[in-house]
Design a protein around this ligand. Structure first.
Ligand code: TRP
Length: 454
């Protein structure tokens, strides 16, 4: 079990590879499954506006912060804080990230597994002649089955492990360069189909016309949680990817591009889904079942619906895969660099422990539904605590670290590539990480968990 040889650290090969891998991490079930139902439950257009404000004012600066921590330290999240703040407790932020990574991967890969079941169902004609009630029963009985969800989880986890085993350049970069363009094409086709349905206009209106009376403290917390989740920030995924980025990359530019791609895909997913939802007279507030119950019902009534259903669930699976690899990579980088395991051993150990956690999350909607903590089953516990608590908390600590405890000079050097790039945004960025982001995250967070009432 020799130590890790840092001179042989893997890295991304090209600028394009960096964008594809990072956008691949960001774009995922968060955009296509989570964003539409959270938006639907939280007032449509009004939610979108709050979301965009938080994205630009907090999301992008936090992403820049993670990229720069990673690239400066050339380490996994735990190692990064140990290098940048030797002898201090900051590495615990990295540890929290590793714990979040396990929790996210558990429920996220479970949902990714459902998409495989649904791809399979489109192939065997499983939705044919089913009423919405039948589809709801079908989804519930699938989710509560004691074997199938766990099986699909295992398949998805194995695919994720296979890519991560290939390494950063030959596994992650190479595969995302193929999957991301494909995902984009599928999404555009879905949007065109949805917009050309009769009655699509009301869906577009729901998405883009804000009703501000719908905004409450919870809306803002949900939007904040969604921005963090969607950008993959707050737990060290971006620190890890940042650590594989070349020294001549413009980190601020990368953060902006990745965030814009991510936001664009979320909006496109809204355009692919809401016009269809309204065209078929369904309430946008259907919650998380939107993707797995409502949409199959809609596909079934469309001409050529099964082709679109197949494309849609394939789109989801691809989006999920480019994200699960980024989360697994965090754990693998930690295991290999901090514990000195080989990549192969690290992948094996991470995957085996994920099997236990993930299968529990999968089955917590069925046979294990009576195991509860704080009134939540394992799945909801992982889903809610990560997005609404651990990620914002991680983001808060990351900006506090850079804003108040790390030399401003070093931050500037890292963002400007030692003075070769102009960093005109620097004072704005510094003001955000010192004041705006910490205060906003704290208020939204305390309000959301009920400790502060505004
Ligand atoms: N951002 C991804 C999505 O929207 C999910 C994801 C990948 C993630 N890595 C993460 C979420 C790290 C939080 C933290 O689907």
């Amino acid at each position: 079990m020799g130590g890790f040889d840092f001179s042989k650290r893997d890295s991304f090969g090209s600028r394009m590879g960096v964008i594809m891998a990072a956008a691949g991490s960001a774009v995922g079930l968060g955009n296509i499954w989570r964003f539409p139902y959270i938006l639907g439950e939280n007032g449509g257009g009004a939610f979108l506006i709050i979301y965009l404000i938080i994205m630009f004012s907090i999301g992008i600066p936090v992403m820049m912060s993670e990229l720069l921590i990673g690239r400066r330290a050339q380490r996994n999240p735990v190692g990064a804080f140990k290098v940048l703040a030797p002898g201090k407790q900051w590495y615990l932020v990295g540890m929290m990230g590793i714990i979040s990574a396990f929790m996210i991967l558990a429920f996220y890969t479970a949902v990714a597994g459902w998409t495989l079941e649904y791809i399979y169902q489109t192939l065997i004609g499983g939705f044919t002649a089913k009423s919405s009630a039948d589809l709801a029963t079908m989804f519930e009985s699938f989710r509560s089955d004691s074997l199938r969800p766990a099986l699909w989880f295992a398949v998805f986890m194995a695919a994720t492990a296979g890519i991560v085993l290939g390494g950063v350049r030959k596994g992650i970069e190479k595969s995302t360069k193929i999957m991301m363009p494909l995902l984009f094409i599928l999404l555009i086709v879905m949007c065109v189909k949805s917009l050309t349905l009769h009655g699509a206009g009301r869906g577009v209106e729901f998405l883009f016309r804000p009703d501000f009376s719908k905004i409450t403290g919870t809306t803002v917390l949900m939007a904040l949680g969604q921005v963090f989740f969607s950008l993959s920030i707050g737990m060290g995924t971006i620190i890890t990817y940042g650590s594989y980025i070349q020294k001549d990359n413009n980190l601020a530019g990368t953060a902006v591009e990745v965030s814009l791609i991510d936001t664009f895909v979320a909006v496109l997913a809204g355009i692919a889904i809401f016009p269809a939802v309204f065209a078929f007279g369904i309430s946008p507030e259907s919650g998380e079942s939107l993707t797995f119950i409502v949409l199959p019902g809609i596909f079934q009534q469309m001409t050529g619906g099964m082709v679109f259903a197949f494309m849609f669930f394939l789109l989801l699976a691809l989006a999920a895969l480019t994200s699960t690899i980024s989360v697994l990579e965090v754990i693998v980088a930690y295991f290999s660099e901090q514990l000195g395991l080989t990549r192969r051993m690290a992948v094996l150990l991470a995957t085996l422990s994920m099997f236990i956690l993930g299968i529990s999350a999968s089955l917590s909607l069925g046979v294990m539904r009576n195991i509860r903590l704080f009134g939540l089953n394992i799945f909801d516990l992982f889903n809610n605590t990560t997005a609404n608590i651990l990620l914002p908390l991680g983001g808060l600590l990351i900006v506090l670290f850079l804003g108040w405890f790390f030399p401003s000079r070093d931050i500037r050097d890292e963002l400007s590539n030692n003075g070769t790039l102009a960093v005109r945004y620097y004072s704005l960025y510094r003001f955000i990480i010192r004041f705006v982001a910490p205060i906003a995250i704290t208020i939204v967070f305390l309000n959301g968990i009920g400790l502060l009432k505004i």
